[in-house]
Design a protein around this ligand. Structure first.
Ligand SMILES: Cc1cc2nc3c(=O)[nH]c(=O)nc-3n(C[C@H](O)[C@H](O)[C@H](O)COP(=O)(O)OP(=O)(O)OC[C@H]3O[C@@H](n4cnc5c(N)ncnc54)[C@H](O)[C@@H]3O)c2cc1C
Length: 415
């Protein structure tokens, strides 16, 4: 079924009886060409496999419900404001895919390019932002360096002068913004399912069928499923899952929390990030301030957070915009992050033939969803990395070619 204004009109006249379910719920078949584990980036990969590469005998296995992972838990920010040549073209590719996503999957994901402002608080930081803005422009992205006067006109309520970290200006990416996160999962699922992909919810992968070094399928809570190729896209569960194939990964699992305030009148022009601490905020279309900060900082598989980080994140908010202290916190939740040692992701084959890996997305994997799905589909279909994801290899630490965007060193909790 194609969604359109005409469809809404005709359904309105006929009692809305013609709407069908967004995706089919089939029983798993015994064999597939490709089995994808995890329905976040995995759902996007299924869509591009079916639509762009014509591979439709595909199953997506999800241990919970669609959208129960980080794809439905994040703070919805999209952007492509990276510095390093291994990252910037990939995230810009993703932003371009976001710009055409709703037409591609024929689903309203509320893609809103309301802009992102990275605040700077010192002259050296402004220099670093100028360098980053130039790198973005060289990769075809948009970037504007704002001085304090221009920023004041956009956000007069920021704590410019009295704060511990006075605000000097900002790096602005007007094409950045927000997207309704769970609608992304639903849109990709609807499209993939209509092209023949089987989405199997409540189906946990509990083992791999590996014979003579070749992966032939998976064991699941719904029985064994055969496959020519298997790809794991399970975020914070990566270490646990890949250990079933005998692999150790350069990834740690950490909790990251998100927060939403009560609804306020429109006040934020777009996304704002604090440059002297870790705090980022946008405003949802319902008016709630949606914000977050650091990971909880210890290894965990819990999808809930702890109070010290709540305090820390709220302090970050107060340091940037003191008015936030008057808003009441409405909701908070946690997600299971796959923090890599250099803060950058992996889209690669493993040493086991037929077994592929996607993970290590750290704080920033939501904005990567379209490109990650596309590049994973490209790797599975063509057996070679997409040019924009060529650096995201599992052996990069052995080769000494780390992608340390922040220059923070080999500690997952710092990225
Ligand atoms: C609070 C929070 C805020 C964030 N904010 C942003 C943001 O503003 N912008 C941004 O770009 N990124 C953000 N992120 C990061 C982003 O959400 C993630 O990096 C991204 O969604 C990861 O996608 P994924 O597909 O790897 O993981 P997920 O979406 O988590 O998908 C993995 C799926 O695998 C399933 N799974 C796990 N084990 C198994 C198994 N054994 N068998 C079957 N299924 C399994 C899980 O149930 C899960 O649904 C945020 C994350 C969190 C937690």
């Amino acid at each position: 079924m194609r969604y359109s204004a005409w469809k809404i009109f005709t359904e309105g006249l006929s009692g809305n009886r013609g709407w069908t379910k967004l995706w089919r719920e089939p029983e798993p078949k015994p064999d597939y060409d490709i089995v994808i584990i995890g329905a976040g980036h995995g759902m996007a990969a299924a869509h591009y496999l079916a639509k762009t590469f014509g591979i439709r005998n595909v199953a997506v296995l999800e241990k919970g419900w669609l959208g129960s992972g980080n794809i439905g838990r994040n703070t919805t920010i999209i952007r492509s404001n990276y510095l390093l040549p291994e990252n910037e073209p990939f995230y810009e590719f993703s932003l371009k895919l976001w710009e055409g996503l709703e037409q591609d999957v024929n689903f309203n994901a509320m893609v809103s390019q309301r802009g992102i402002l990275n605040l700077c608080h010192s002259d050296p930081q402004r220099d670093a932002f100028a360098r980053r803005g130039n790198a973005m422009k060289l990769a075809g992205a948009d970037a504007v360096l704002l001085d304090q006067d221009r920023l004041r006109k956009m956000c007069p309520y920021l704590d410019f002068d009295n704060a511990r970290f006075p605000i000097r200006g900002a790096l602005w990416q007007p094409r950045g913004g927000t997207v309704r996160h769970d609608a992304v999962a639903w849109g990709y699922a609807r499209s993939a399912s209509s092209l023949g992909v089987d989405i199997i919810q409540n189906c946990e992968v509990t083992g791999f069928r590996i014979e003579n070094g070749i992966c032939r399928g998976v064991e699941t809570t719904k029985g064994p499923i055969g496959a020519r190729k298997v790809v794991a896209c399970v975020a914070g569960s990566s270490g646990k899952l890949m250990s079933l194939a005998g692999m150790r990964l350069p990834i740690e699992s950490h909790v990251l929390q998100a927060f939403v305030s009560e609804g306020l009148k429109p006040v934020l022009p777009g996304v704002i990030t604090f440059g002297a601490g870790h705090f980022y905020v946008s405003q949802s279309d319902k008016g709630g301030l949606v914000f977050g900060g650091d990971i909880d900082g210890y290894n965990s598989y819990a999808q809930r957070g702890n109070l010290p980080v709540v305090e820390d994140v709220c302090e970050g908010g107060m340091a940037v915009m003191p008015f936030i202290g008057r808003a009441r916190l409405l909701r908070m939740w946690g997600g299971l992050m796959d923090m890599s040692m250099d803060g950058s992701p992996f889209i690669d084959k493993t040493h086991i033939e037929g077994l592929y890996f996607n993970g290590g997305w750290c704080y920033g994997g939501f904005k990567a969803t379209p490109a990650s799905g596309y590049c994973t589909a490209h790797l599975l279909a063509k057996e070679e990395p997409h040019p924009t994801a060529a650096g995201f290899r599992l052996d990069r630490f052995r080769r000494g070619q780390v992608i340390d965007e922040k220059g923070a060193g080999a500690q997952p909790n710092l990225h």
